[in-house]
Design a protein around this ligand. Structure first.
Ligand code: M6R
Length: 364
């Protein structure tokens, strides 16, 4: 049950280091530092196109997965939300792998998309939390996430566990495709195994984030920006805030700011920038400057290097550990979850049962 936590969502956020470690234990073999997937009766190396379909937070996990699969395995990925995918009657690549991501394994649109792909001869993989669910039963390759029951309507630990499985899948695909050498695979395994400790470091910022929530709670609108595999984290941050605090929030790719959303910027619209340091950091810094030049208030979530370079003049900063790009989305999920959670507490909303939402959307 909830134990000492005030809400299931809070408990589930804090369970992440444990459940991600649990998930990883069935996808990486410590002994020889390899990535391992469950047995499958098709040849993974023959896959040269993938389709990913999901809804909500699971869809954002899929978006991160696309960045990784394309980058590491060089396999092109098409991705869509299930409610659009199933009705646009997409042509499907011959011999393609279709991957469905769902915490519940019962979401009506995702299940319908799965059946659409199955009927058209795609190989079906499913990343699900509930092993007895319909999607788990209908998939050719079941990739369970082992997050344990998720009670809070806002998905948290299922998301980071989905990301852990996607990272393993991307690495395995890269290995069988000859895109990842042994040494690199070992390095990826090492970094994945560091994820739980890094998640703990991220959770250590709970108090700072709780304090900062008071400055965000009065806002009517909040923007989230991110780039690359951290762009879906901006979408996820905005969704979490909307769901449980009812503040209007939007996530954008940092580079899209000047194509419209920048018109919204004034001193009343906080902009949360999710930007680990790295090759594209400079670009994000200039996006932040565009925001600041218009009186916008920036909350920068970055590592020590990023904060040293661009932290000055921000409304607030949150320091994340410096991590490999493959685990950054897992680690950066924590501050956006905590920010939404604490803003909701300030607003006094019903965190575990937000209005108008159901845990499992089994109607279309
Ligand atoms: O069970 P599923 O992962 O298929 O659910 C998909 C969405 O309904 C779900 O992620 C929803 O967006 C959550 N409320 C997000 O916090």
């Amino acid at each position: 049950e909830r134990g000492n936590y005030r809400h299931f969502m809070q408990k589930e956020i804090f369970e992440q280091p444990t459940v991600v470690a649990q998930t990883l234990s069935s996808y990486v073999r410590q002994a020889d530092q390899t990535v391992a997937l469950p047995q499958m009766d098709f040849d993974l190396s023959s896959i040269d196109r993938m389709t990913i379909v999901a809804c909500g937070t699971s869809y954002y996990a899929g978006m991160v997965g696309r960045y990784w699969i394309e980058q590491f395995a060089r396999v092109p990925v098409d991705i869509d939300v299930a409610s659009e995918f199933r009705y646009r009657e997409p042509p499907l690549p011959k011999g393609g792998l279709a991957l469905f991501i769902s915490q519940s394994g019962e979401t009506a649109d995702t299940l319908a998309a799965l059946r659409y792909c199955k009927a058209r001869g795609q190989t079906i993989a499913a990343i699900v939390n509930v092993p007895t669910s319909t999607m788990a039963r209908e998939a050719d390759l079941l990739l369970p996430i082992h997050a344990g029951p998720e009670i809070g309507v806002a998905s948290t630990k299922a998301f980071t566990c989905q990301l852990a499985v996607l990272a393993a899948l991307a690495a395995k695909l890269a290995v069988v495709k000859g895109q990842m050498q042994r040494a690199e695979e070992q390095e990826v395994v090492r970094h994945l195994l560091e994820a739980p400790a890094c998640l703990n470091q991220a959770l250590d910022h709970d108090d700072d984030i709780a304090a900062m929530a008071h400055t965000i709670a009065p806002a009517r609108d909040v923007l989230y920006l991110g780039r690359g595999a951290d762009f879906p984290m901006a979408l996820e941050g905005a969704l979490k805030l909307k769901e449980i605090s009812y503040i209007h929030a939007e996530g954008y790719a940092s580079g899209e700011m000047k194509h419209g959303p920048i018109a919204l910027i004034d001193e009343d619209v906080p902009v949360v920038v999710i930007a680990p340091s790295g090759p594209l950091f400079e670009k994000t810094v200039s996006n932040m400057q565009e925001v600041r030049a218009r009186g916008g208030q920036v909350v920068l979530i970055s590592d020590a290097d990023g904060l040293a370079e661009a932290g000055e003049g921000c409304l607030a900063t949150i320091e994340m550990p410096k991590v490999h790009p493959l685990i950054a989305p897992l680690v950066y999920a924590v501050p956006v979850q905590l920010l939404a959670y604490h803003v909701a507490l300030v607003k006094g909303t019903d965190v575990d049962q937000p209005r108008n939402l159901a845990k499992s959307v089994t109607v279309e």
